[in-house]
Design a protein around this ligand. Sequence first.
Ligand SMILES: [Zn+2]
Ligand SMILES: [Zn+2]
Length: 339
Amino acid sequence: MPKMRVAQIPHAKGPFELVERDIPEPGPGKVRVKIAACGVCHSDSMTVQGLYPGVTYPRVPGHEVIGTIDAVGVGTRGWSPGTPVGVGWHGGNCGYCGPCRHGDAFACATSNLVTGVTHDGGYAEYMIAPAESVARVPAGLTPAEAAPLMCAGITTFNALRNSGARPGDVVAVLGIGGLGHLGVQYARKLGFRTVAVARGADKAALVQELGAHHYIDSQAEDPAAALQKLGGAKAILATVTSDEAMSQIQGGLGVNGTLMVIGAVPSLSADSLFLLRGRRSIKGWYSGVASDSEDTLLFSQLNDVKSMNEIYPLSRVAEAYDRMMSGQARFRVVLTMDG
Ligand SMILES: [Zn+2]
Ligand SMILES: [Zn+2]
C-alpha cells in the first residue's frame, strides 16, 4: 500500500505528530487531492485545542489547501485527475436541506462539514475532499501563493464584495495582519477609496505599498472621527479580535454604512441610536463556498493581489504553527509538502 506523510493532532491540546498513513481512496462523491501547499490559519487552533464541538481525533488540520486532483470516487461527476484545485474552510454541503436549496450552502443545516475539523485537512501529502468543496485554481498562481487565499483571501474578498460598498465609496480595513493586508489590496483593486486603520505610525509605509489611499493610526487619532472627516465609511471590514477596537470604530460608519465583522470577539457593543438614525448595520460574514474561492483566486491572479507568506516544509509543522500563533508572522504561514 502506498504511504503518505501527515501531521496529525492525536488528541485535543496534543502535540503535532508526523506519521505515515496509507494513502486513502476517495469514496462516492469525493475526490483525492495530492497536496502541494497548505496555509496555517488561526482557526486551525480549533482543531489543535479541541475548541470545535464534536471534533474526533486523531485529526489532520488545515483548510487553506492547494493541490491537484489525483483520483476521483465512483460516481463523482465533473472532476478529473490532473485538475489543480483548492479546498477551504467550507468542507461540503448536503444539497437538499433548506439553506442548500435556497442557495445558502454555506449554512448547510445537515452536514456542517469543515475541512481539517470534521474531516482531515491539508497538513498532509494527500487528502479526501467532498467534490462540492473543491475550487478550480487558475493558471499563473503558485501553490504557496494561492494557499492563504483559500481562507484569508476569500474571507476578506467575499466580505468586501458583499458589503454594499460600490467603487468610489470610502471603505476602511481595521487591522493590518494576515487578513487585513489582503483586505487592503482587495479594497483598492475593487475600486474603493481605501482606508487602512491600525495601531502605530510604523504601518503607514506598508499600507501605502498595499494600495491604501489613507492611513489612520488609531493610537494617534480617533479612527471614527477620522473616517467621518472622509465622509463616513460605507463599509468597515473588521479583521481584528478586539471588541474594543470594533466598538471604537463604529462611529466612523457613514449613512447606510455597514460594519462587516470577520474577526471573532466574545461580545460586541453597539450604539443603537447611532445605528438606527443612519440606517447603519453590523453584519457577520462567513468566508464562503467553493465558487467564492474560485472567484477569489481568479480575481487575485488577474489583479495581482498577493499574500505575504513565510514558508515552512511539512516536517517543521510545529514550528510553523507556533509562528502563526505568535502573531509575529508577516503575514501568513504556509506549509509546502515537497520538503
Ligand atoms: Zn482560516
Ligand atoms: Zn444542506
